[in-house]
Design a protein. Structure first.
Length: 150
């Protein structure tokens, strides 16, 4: 494993990428369940699930920052054209991940204030971006830590 360490890492830090991928996977499931619930008209269940998705994403961010306080980077092990695929996914993931907290916070605020029309309009933008970021987080983890190496 090619890791660029910032400081001496405690052993548990090396588990954080797996924890982060799991949190991204959980956020993905919660987002999808949240949309299903609102389509069923179950507003209170939708609210609870979407707040759980946000909390899960916040926990992910905390774990991600702790990990990168110890590990600066990990080199992608794949070679050839797959590197372009990986870096394209990574670039779009990073750019959109920077936007998600702002979109999610505003969408949640509008929902909690019961400004339904504005909430619905922004959620139609927030949901696919947040879902993409959550899914690609898992894909990046799989490519970075489990890519077959010859």
């Amino acid at each position: 494993m090619t890791l660029l360490l910032l400081a001496e890492s405690p052993a548990w830090v090396l588990w954080l990428p797996t924890v982060n991928a799991s949190l991204n996977g959980l956020a993905t499931i919660l987002l999808i369940v949240g949309v299903v619930l609102i389509k069923q008209g179950r507003r209170e269940a939708h609210r609870r699930v979407m707040l759980s998705a946000f909390a899960t994403s916040c926990l992910f961010l905390a774990c991600y920052l702790v990990y990168h306080a110890f590990v600066l980077s990990k080199k992608f092990p794949g070679e050839g054209p797959i590197r372009y695929v990986y870096y394209t996914i990574l670039l779009t993931h990073v750019v959109l991940a920077a936007v998600v907290p702002f979109l999610a916070l505003r969408t949640i605020y509008l929902g909690l204030k019961e400004r339904w029309e504005q909430h619905r309009r922004l959620a139609r933008i927030t949901f696919p971006i947040w879902l993409y970021v959550s899914i690609t987080g898992v894909v990046i983890y799989a490519m970075l830590y489990h890519w077959p190496v010859a």
